[in-house]
Every structure is written in structure tokens, then in C-alpha cells.
Design a binder for this molecule. Sequence first.
Ligand code: GLN
Ligand code: ZN
Length: 769
Amino acid sequence: MKTHNLGYPRIGSNRELKKACENYWSGNLSVEELISTGRNISEHNWKQQRDAGIELIPSNDFSYYDQILDMSLTVGAIPKRYNEIAVNKSNNELDLYFAMARGYQKNGLDITAMEMTKWFDTNYHYIVPEFYKNQEFKLFSNKISNEFAGAKQLGITTKPVIIGLVSYLLLGKEKEEGFDKLDLVKNLLPVYIDILKGLKDQGAEWIQFDEPFLALDINQKAKEAYVQVYTALRKEFPQLKIMIATYFEGLKDNLNLATALPVCALHIDLVRCPEQLDEVLDAVPDTLSISLGLIDGRNIWKNDLEQSLEFIKRAVGKIGTDRILVAPSCSLLHSPCDLDLETNDKTLSPEIKQWLAFAKQKISEVLLLKASATGVLNADDVIQLEENKTAAQSRKTSALIHNEQVKQRVNAITKQDAERENPFPVRKIAQQTVLGLPLFPTTTIGSFPQTAEVRSWRAKFKKGDITAVEYDTLLKEETEKAIRWQEEIGIDVLVHGEFERNDMVEYFGEQLDGFSFTKNGWVQSYGSRCVKPPIIYGDVYRPTPMTVYWSAYAQSLTTSLVKGMLTGPVTVLQWSFVRNDQPRSVTCNQIALAIRDEVTDLEKAGIKIIQIDEPAIREGLPLRNTDWQDYLKWAINAFKISSSGVKDQTQIHTHMCYSEFNDIIQNIADMDADVITIECSRSQMELLDAFANFNYPNEIGPGVYDIHSPRVPSKEEMIQLLEKAKSVIPAEQLWVNPDCGLKTRHWDETKKALIAMVEAARELQNVCV
Ligand code: GLN
Ligand code: ZN
């Protein structure tokens, strides 16, 4: 039995890489210093895993920005627009690399970045490879072999981790018509062979090819590509031990394909799909080892070692000890680095902390599992096993986690709880009477610029440099300014500006029971950007109202309508580390009830319009198509539970961004929000077609102002977009608003853009009246 790891976090336990990259970009760090920071992180990770006792330690899991971009550079998949940077001798390889990642606006050049998108269903984002017809590849960067050599110098023979050829192609995008990216297999294969040749000469024994697509829905052509690629590699390198790693889903219909590939080992994710174990064991040929992905690489809970041992035993019983590897379920890239750094009891209480494991702790768990399974436990292992049992026991019964009232309330949810009193046409009339809004009503998505000043107040308040009363006064002044300005330019539905909020999930988590936070639990989201997701450890409960104070204050300042602003249950769930001792749907319903209480409290406080943001609904979609409807059913229902406690005349809005709606439009309609605002301007209203084709019955605000750019759109541009919208959606259903919240913008551009937006709306009103 062997232990191995699929990848280790590379941002550094104190986000050293983030800081070094950002300093390099701003010209405050030399390339040598940047490389040395990267090298230190890699060495630290290798040594840590070696000292812990991991047998197959990964290399090439380090990256300055993204591992898929690394591969594009390695195989020379460099789009032509970067030629000038590549040929300029004063640029180094990293300059070219960062230009591809971030775009390049220097020395008279203005080159766009490569596209970035979500890594399967994680919150990590990768840089999308660009493919062209008959594209040629060549070994361009030696990163893989350099990293292998670096570890070798320390006496560590690593297992290089490389994105598998088929998955690499499937992750990319065809940039011209008339070909299929899988046609490029034959051009790319020689470069993979070159890479392996080099590694073999350097003394590599094991190679890990990540092939997550083997656990997804793939077509016949992809299946054939798998056979072609791995047969060719086997023929070329009979002596190299190749492992194929699958994760995030079960092999399911690809089981026979995967187990028949001529490789040495196959890694399966038993956290996401524990039920696949027996099937896989029945299907493996004698020549194939199985890597059991038992430790959750994507969540922060201690492993249930007893259950994992049970799995190992089952595997040993079927195929013996020698062909088994023990590992985390996927790369630990998606875990925070080190729980030992959480030393502040106030942020993370010792009781909760004992239930958790970050990357470093997960590595120990892998070793503990092997030691237990093979019966060679030392004194320290015995203590750790005992601790694991105690923690598991405490989690089952802790009063911190279990709140009977919450459980009972979730069990008592009825169908009616998720339905408004009357259907939309009836509500629409009631709302018209109360709200008296014009045609093409204007609004914004919630936040106004979070200036450095606003952020500095919060920092000072947290540090104790200003009192709660002083902080409150500053926020009230800022809110009042925002209200006055919106009145002045004539926006129809005002917002309070969200100045009191740090983050749209954290702000709610901090006020709800069942949530905890870390000081240093950072996870890479993309490039140098990291996120610190809240931890939902227990039954979620709202002790007191969360937003009524600010919404009621803002409403008290004006006779105009002020919209209440909440984050929806699915988004809170999606952007947190979620407990694994009950189904996600149950946790989601608990959050939904908390939001529902907030919605009805806002209504009681005189707020007539309430927005419940759900930007993460779409990204929660399961990876396998067959699981979509089940997810959508509980997710949409949770939203409806949160929004349905109000009277007909109270108008419920929702907001979504970065979404394709075509394939889930029925479900969006089922949410039955009175108004939905969506991101739309960058696609020039294309996203609206889904709503038009569906005859979407409720009201829609397609964004007319791209808030992700500092550019101020003109009134004419916005009119044009609205005309386009009006040609597919009846005018009585349309709202006028930006794409998303204005938190990251500056006031000067925000003001200009919103003034133009209101003027655009007025012009359309005049035409229609
Ligand atoms: N109400 C939030 C804001 O305006 C919505 C943010 C989002 O869609 N991500 O910032
Ligand atoms: Zn948004």
C-alpha cells in the first residue's frame, strides 16, 4: 500500500505567492525575487510532505497563476496576439505568461488577456486554452522538468502532475470554425511524448495525468481519444508508471473505458462518489492499481477515519494490499493551508477547530489511514486516532451544532411555505397600486462604491480605533449621501448602498448562528486572488434581524422607495465551506428560513421592495446532467421559501450575474421573483433571448451598464441596448439597471453612468407614453 498526494496549495501558508506576484506586477519586486519566492514555497511543500511520510509527492502542482495556463505555455499553445511580447528579448518567460493571464497594456501595446472560467464546480478559475484549426504544438517551456529537477536536488523523486491530454483539449475553446478541438490529439501527442522522454531521462518513475473528464459526460470521440492517447503513451514508455486521476464525480458510464486504459493506476474520488467503490473494484484488471481518494480535498472537515478504513478494507479484500494507494479525493489546492495557524480562539473556537483539517492536516490523515490499515501504528498515531474519534463523537452531539428547534422547523416546511399567496398577474396589479412605478423603472443592484475611506472605517472599528457609535455615524452619513444623490438624479427604486457590508456572504454569516470564520483560511480563486469562505458548522439560525436597521434608516430619509437587500440561501451555501453531516439541501433550507424571517421583518418595517441576490444558483449545477433536476428542485425551492412569506403587494426582486440561462430558464421562471435583474450588457443583450424565447412572464431588468469596466457607457449606447431589449420583451415587463453591484467602481464614473442611465430610461418612457 502506498500513500500519495494529488497536489498541494501553492499560495503559501501566509499567501506569500499572492504578495510576491502583486509586487512583481507593480514593479516592486525583481523576477529573481519572485522566482525565489515560488521556489521556497515548492521546497517547503515537498519537504513537509516528505517529512510527513508521503511516498509519492507531487511536483508541477506549483503555479504562478494557473496550472492550465502553465500547460498552454509548456506545449506552446500561445495565441498569436502575444507574439510581440514573446519575441521581445527584454521580456522573460514569466512576462509572456502573465500577459496571457492578465492582458498587456504597456509600451504602446494593448493586448487582451485569455479568457478565464470556472474549474468544474469549484470556486477556482482556470485560463481557457485557445485552439485553432491544424494548430501545431511544440515543447516551449521546461517548467515540468525544472520542477522535477528542483525536487531531485533535495533528494525527492516526485510524481509530476500534468493535465492529461484529453482533458487539456476538452478544457479549451475552438477559436475558429470548421474543426473539433479533439482533432488536435495527433498534433499534441508528440509534445506529451517529449515531456515524458525528458522526465524519464531525469529519473522519473511515476507520472500523474489528471483526467477529470473521465468522470463526466463525454462523447464517443472523447472516449476514443482516451484509448488512442494512453495506448500510444504506454507503447512509447512501457517502463513509466502512469496514473490517471479522476475527481469531482464518479466514473459511472465511463467505468469500463477507464479501467481498460493501459496505465498503472487509476485514482477515483470516493468523497464525491463513495458508491462507485465496489463497481470499480469489480472492474479493475490485475494490472491496474487503484488510488482511493478518501480525504476530502475540497472541504475542511476532519476525515471520518473509521469509515475510510472500512473502504480500504473492502478494497484490500478484493484486490489485496499491494495495488492500493491512499490519497485525498482531489488536489488540496481547494483547501486552506494549515489549521495550526488558526490561533485566535475568538475567531475560531477550540471546540470547532478540533473538527477541522486543512491541507497539512489532511496529509497526516492520509498517513494515519495507511498506518491503521496496515497495522503499523506508533504511539503518536494511536493518540491521533483517539483524537479523531473524540472529535467525531463531539461533532455528533455538540450543542453548538444541533438546535432542535431549527431541525423541527425545517421538517415542518410545507408546500405553501414556498408559494406566494397569489400568482404573478394578481400580484402585479397589487404592486402597481402600491408602488406606482413608471414604465422602464430605474434601479441599481445594491452596492455603491466601497471607497478606501469606507473600508478604512471598518478596519478602524474592528481594531477598536473608533467606537461603534462613531462607526455608525460615519456609515449613516455615507448612506444619507447616497440616498440624496439617488433622489437628485431621479432613480425610481433607491438602495441604501451596502456600506456596512464587507462581503455579501460574510456579512450575513457573521450574524447567523452556525457560521464560523478563520483568520487565515485562504483558498486560491484565480491568479493572486484568494477567498476565505465562511464555515457552516451547525444548524443555521437567525438570532436577530440582520439588515432591518440599515434598510429602515435609509427608508426613513426619503419618500422614494428604498429596496431591501439580502443574499439568497443558495448563494450563501455555495460560497461557504458546508457541513458534511447532513445533505446540502437541508442546510440550504435552514438558511432559507433565516432569510425568510429577515424578509418578513423588512416588510413589517415598511420596506415595499426586497431583493434576494442569487448569483450562485447556476454555478451550483452538478457536473453530471442526470443530477441537475434534483439540485434545481431543492435550490429553487429554498429560494422560494426565503421569498414567499410576504404579501402580494410586496415586490420581490432577485439578481443573477455571469450566467447562461438557456438550459435552466424554466427553473428561473419557477423562482417566481416579481423582478429579476441580470448581467447582460457585455453579451449585447444576447442573454435576454432565453427569456424572450421562453415568454418569460415576470419582470426583467437586463443590465445596460457593464460595471466590470471603468468605462462610462453613453446614454445612446444604453438606449440602443434597451431598444434591443424592447424588441424581444414587452415594455411593461422591463426595468433599467446596471449589470451588477457598483462596489468595485469609483464614484465619478458611477455618477456619470447612472445619470446617463436615468436619461436613457426617460427617453424610452417618452417614446412609449
Ligand atoms: N447586492 C450585491 C451588490 O450589489 C450583489 C452582488 C453580486 O451580484 N455579486 O454588490
Ligand atoms: Zn451581480
